[in-house]
Design a protein around this ligand. Structure first.
Ligand code: ADP
Ligand code: MG
Length: 609
C-alpha cells in the first residue's frame, strides 16, 4: 500500500502535495481575506455565466422556433446586456483583490527574506552568492505573484465552479451531465501529467537564471581586475555560454507550456463536441426540448473554462514553487539562535550577568571564553582558526595581532556571529554563546569594521544609525569624542551634509571617525574593532587612538591591528599565526620574551627612532 503511494501512481492519484506548496499556503493564509474576496467574486461570475446562458437560450429558442417578436424577448436581451456589464465589473474587482493579496503576501515574504539575509551577515552573502540572493529576492519573489494572484484563487474556483454548473445541468439533462462528469476530470489529469514533465525543466530554468545572475554580478564587481589582467574576453565567452544555457532551458519550458495549452484546449474542444453531438442526436429524435439543449450547449464551455484556466496557471505554480524552495531554504537557515521569541528577557539576563561580572573583574571566572575553537569557512576547506583558546575578563582590552591572513578578523566574525565555529565552543559567562539569540547578542555590541560603510543619507542620519532615538546633543557629543566634530562642521552643510552615493566624499580616516562616533552613540558594553587605524596617516592615527581610549573606558574591547604602537595600550595581546595562537600575555610580559611580539616591537622601535 505504502509502496503504491510512494510510486508514480500514488503521486498522480494523490496530487495534493503536488498542487500546493505548504509553506506558500502558510503565506497565503495571511492574506486569506483578499483571496476569499477574489474567489467569491469568481463564484459570482460563474453564477452570472449560468444566468446568461439561460437567458440566451431562451431568446434564441423563442426567436428562431416560435418566431417571437423583439418586444417579447426585450426583457431577456436587456437582462443579457446587464449581465455582461456586471460580469465585467466583477472581473475587474476580482483581479484587483487578487493582486492586492499577492502584493501583500510578496511584501511579507520579501521583508522576512531581507531580514534573514541581514541577520545572516556578510560572510553568508559573499561572492557569487550575492548575485544569486539578489536574483531570489527580486525575480524569485516576483514570480510568486501569479502563484498568489492567479493560481490559488483559480485552484479553488476549479473545484467549486464545475460542481456548481453540474448542479444546474443535472436537472435539465442528465445525459450531458454524465458526459461532463466523465470528461471534466480528464483535464486536471492531463494537466498533472504534463506538469510533472514541466516540473524538472522549470526547476532547471530557475537554477540557470540564478546561476547567470550570480555570475554576472560577480563579474561586474571584478570588472576592473579582469580588465587589468586582460581577461575580460574569456569572461565574455563564459557569459555567452551561461546565457545560451538559460535560453535553451527557457525554450524547453516554453515548449512544455505550449504543449500543455494545446492539449488542454483540445480536451475542452473535444468534450464540448461530444456534448454537442449527443444533444444533436436527441434533438433529431425529439427527446429533448430545444431551449434546454441550447442552455446545456452554451454552458458546456463554461464548465471546462475554470479547469483550462487552472492548467494555464499551472506553470505559475511551478515557477512560484521553485523560487519558494530557495526563499524558504534561506529563511530556514539555522543561525545558532536556539531561543527566539523572548529577546528582551534574555538580553536583560545577559546584561545582568555582565554587571555581576563587572564587580568581579579580576576574580571569578572569565566573561568570555574561546574553547578549542576551530573554523572552516567552507566544507573541507582550509582551517582559518585552529584550536584557539583564550579568555577575556569583563572590561579587558584585548589586541589581536599577527600577519595578514592569521585569523584575526575571523575571531571577530565569530564574535559577531556572522559565522559559526566548526569546532569547539565560545562561552559567555559559562554558557554557550548560541544559547543567546543572535539579535540579543548583537544588541550589546558595537562593531567598527576596517572599511566602515556609510549609507546614502546625511551625516546625522548615518550617526543615528547606531541609535535612532539619539538627541542631536548626544550626536554632537559622540562626534566630538570621536574627533569628528571639527571636520563635520567644515563641510558645506555641517551635520546635514549628504554623503554616500552622490554625496560628499570623505577620506578613509573621516569615515572611520564617523563609524567610531556611531559606536560611541550606541554605547554598547562590548566593542569589536577591526584594523581601524590601517590606512591612516600618523596625525589621524594619533587622533583616533585618543578617541578610542575614551571609547574603551568601562567597556570590553577586542581589536585587531597591525600597528605596534596601538598594542601598547592593551591589557593583553594575543598573537596569531596561521590560525593558531602562538603567544599571549600583557605587553610588558611579552616584551621580555624573544617571541614574535617582542621582535615586532623591537623592529618598530628601531624604525621610529
Ligand atoms: P586576518 O584578519 O588575520 O588578516 P582573516 O581572519 O581575515 O585574517 O583570514 C584568515 C583566513 O581565513 C585566511 O586564510 C582567509 O583567506 C580566510 N578567510 C577569511 N574570510 C573568509 C571567507 N569569508 N571565506 C573563506 N575564507 C576566508
Ligand atoms: Mg583582517
Amino acid at each position: 500500500m505504502n509502496e503504491i503511494a510512494k510510486g508514480g501512481w500514488g503521486k498522480l492519484v494523490l496530487p495534493l502535495k503536488f498542487m500546493l506548496d505548504k509553506r506558500l499556503m502558510r503565506e497565503a493564509t495571511q492574506v486569506k481575506g483578499h483571496l476569499m474576496g477574489a474567489i467569491a467574486l469568481g463564484v459570482g461570475i460563474a453564477f452570472l455565466a449560468i444566468a446568461q446562458a439561460y437567458l440566451l437560450s431562451q431568446v434564441i429558442a423563442q426567436v428562431f422556433l416560435e418566431n417571437a417578436p423583439f418586444s417579447q424577448v426585450k426583457g431577456y436581451v436587456l437582462g443579457i446586456l446587464g449581465i455582461v456589464g456586471l460580469r465585467a465589473i466583477f472581473q475587474y474587482f476580482s483581479e484587483v483583490t487578487a493582486r492586492e493579496a499577492s502584493i501583500r503576501a510578496k511584501e511579507r515574504v520579501r521583508e522576512n527574506f531581507l531580514q534573514e539575509i541581514i541577520s545572516l551577515g556578510p560572510v553568508y552573502a559573499r561572492g557569487e552568492r550575492a548575485g544569486e540572493l539578489l536574483n531570489t529576492s527580486v525575480e524569485g519573489i516576483e514570480s510568486l505573484d501569479d502563484y498568489f494572484a492567479r493560481y490559488i484563487p483559480q485552484l479553488i474556483l476549479a473545484l467549486i465552479v464545475p460542481i456548481m454548473m453540474l448542479a444546474f445541468v443535472i436537472p435539465e439533462d442528465f445525459t450531458s451531465a454524465l458526459v461532463l462528469m466523465i470528461t471534466g476530470p480528464l483535464i486536471p489529469f492531463f494537466m498533472l501529467l504534463i506538469g510533472k514533465l514541466a516540473e524538472k525543466k522549470s526547476l532547471r530554468q530557475w537554477q540557470s537564471l540564478s546561476r547567470m545572475s550570480a555570475h554576472f554580478l560577480d563579474m561586474l564587481q571584478g570588472l576592473a581586475t579582469l580588465k587589468v589582467f586582460g581577461r575580460s574576453k574569456d569572461q565574455a565567452k563564459v557569459i555567452g555560454r551561461v546565457s545560451e544555457a538559460f535560453r535553451k532551458n527557457t525554450l524547453s519550458v516554453m515548449q512544455v507550456a505550449f504543449l500543455s495549452a494545446f492539449v488542454l484546449e483540445f480536451m475542452g474542444m473535444i468534450s464540448t463536441a461530444i456534448i454537442a453531438v449527443t444533444l444533436g442526436l436527441r434533438l433529431i429524435n425529439g427527446t429533448i426540448p430545444y431551449s434546454e439543449a441550447l442552455f446545456v450547449l452554451i454552458l458546456a464551455p463554461e464548465f471546462y473554462l475554470p479547469l483550462r484556466t487552472l492548467g494555464l496557471y499551472f506553470h505559475a505554480r511551478l515557477s512560484g514553487a521553485n523560487a519558494a524552495n530557495r526563499i524558504f531554504e534561506v529563511l530556514e537557515i539555522e543561525k545558532g539562535s536556539a531561543e527566539r521569541g523572548k529577546p528582551q528577557a534574555v538580553q536583560q539576563e545577559l546584561v545582568a550577568k555582565i554587571d555581576q561580572e563587572k564587580l568581579a573583574v579580576g576574580k571569578g571566572s572569565p566573561w568570555l571564553r574561546f574553547n578549542q575553537v576551530e573554523l572552516r569557512y567552507e566544507k573541507d576547506g582550509e582551517r582559518a582558526l585552529k584550536d584557539v583558546r583564550f579568555d577575556v575578563q569583563w572590561g579587558e582590552h584585548i589586541a589581536l595581532i599577527g600577519p595578514s591572513g592569521a585569523g584575526k578578523s575571523s575571531i571577530l566574525q565569530i564574535l559577531l556571529r556572522f559565522v559559526k565555529p566548526t569546532g569547539g565552543e565560545v562561552l559567555v559567562n559559562g554558557t554557550n554563546i548560541e544559547a543567546h539569540s543572535v539579535e540579543d547578542w548583537r544588541g550589546m555590541l558595537s562593531y567598527v569594521p576596517q572599511k566602515p560603510y556609510l549609507f546614502a543619507g546625511t551625516i546625522v542620519e548615518n550617526l543615528r544609525f547606531g541609535r535612532a532615538d539619539a538627541s542631536f546633543d548626544d550626536v554632537i557629543k559622540a562626534a566630538q569624542m570621536a574627533k569628528a566634530h571639527e571636520f563635520i562642521l567644515s563641510l558645506p552643510q555641517g551635520y546635514e551634509t549628504p554623503i554616500g552615493e552622490g554625496g560628499a566624499r570623505l577620506s578613509g580616516g573621516q569615515a572611520q571617525r564617523l563609524a567610531i562616533a556611531r559606536a560611541f552613540l550606541m554605547d554598547s558594553p562590548l566593542l569589536l574593532l577591526d584594523e581601524i587605524t590601517s590606512g591612516l596617516d600618523a596625525e589621524n592615527e594619533k587622533d583616533l587612538l585618543v578617541a578610542l581610549e575614551d571609547l574603551g573606558r568601562g567597556r570590553t574591547v577586542i581589536f585587531t591591528t597591525h600597528r605596534m604602537q596601538t598594542t601598547i595600550q592593551a591589557d593583553r595581546i594575543i598573537v596569531l599565526e596561521k590560525g593558531r595562537i602562538i603567544e599571549q600575555g600583557s605587553p610588558q610580559k611579552l616584551m621580555e620574551t624573544t617571541g614574535l611580539y617582542a621582535r615586532f616591537l623591537r623592529t618598530y622601535r628601531r624604525e621610529v627612532e
